[in-house]
Design a protein around this ligand. Sequence first.
Ligand code: GLN
Length: 259
Amino acid sequence: MPEGEVTSPPGRELRVCALYPELMNIYADRGNLLLLERRCRWRGIGFQLSSTSLGEGLDPDGADLFYIGGGQDRDQRLCAYDLAERKRDALHAVAARGAVILAVCGGYQLLGHSYQLGEETLPGAALVDLWTVRADNGGGDAAGRLIGNVAIEVTLEQGQPPAVLAGFENHGGRTHLGSSARPLGRVLRGHGNNDHDGYEGVRDRGIIGTYLHGPLLPKNVWFADWLIQTALGLEQPLPPLDDELEQRAHAEARRAAGL
Ligand code: GLN
């Protein structure tokens, strides 16, 4: 969608806060944020990006959408302790007021109770009832990693027909949902949470965790628009944009996943 005409502004601004953007940012996480910015601006919705990192606090009322991207185990380790010690209570306040938390891959793993890396168990934010165990040999090679294109079927609003999220996954961790957690979607192609139970991601109120990273939002702009709408608390869907290129990107991601 080229920069162009702007439709009627809903009269608001989307405030996004990125957690650990310099550490949790592998696979185009910055691109997901850029896409949110562009889709807001094209519609005349303001956009404000802030961040919080190691040693810093988190203002639960400071943003409408909080974003945690993917990360390597060594960066995740730093973030896990900081998250648990400095930001856990604030994140629980964010969840309680219904704001959106989007966590991708390594960030997703940190939403749960723990991430077990061999002998070490990293703490999580305990926002959702799940835990993750790394199944690879920790040697840095691809053994045991779940890698590839993936497509999942998702129903975000009750009564709506299911839609497809298509993307790419690359994780050594296997995530297991506890009895009170619900998945984001059902795996159509790929591995999902643990290559075993057919589920992908987690969804609880405004909290969304997923292993689909890379350009998740550029490949699935319907999902990006839902995030913006939900974060802004808008009743109606956002006005449509000319998404010809974006639809092609989505079709290509589905095709790559074998759908
Ligand atoms: N380090 C985590 C894992 O390998 C997450 C990887 C990622 O964010 N891509 O499971």
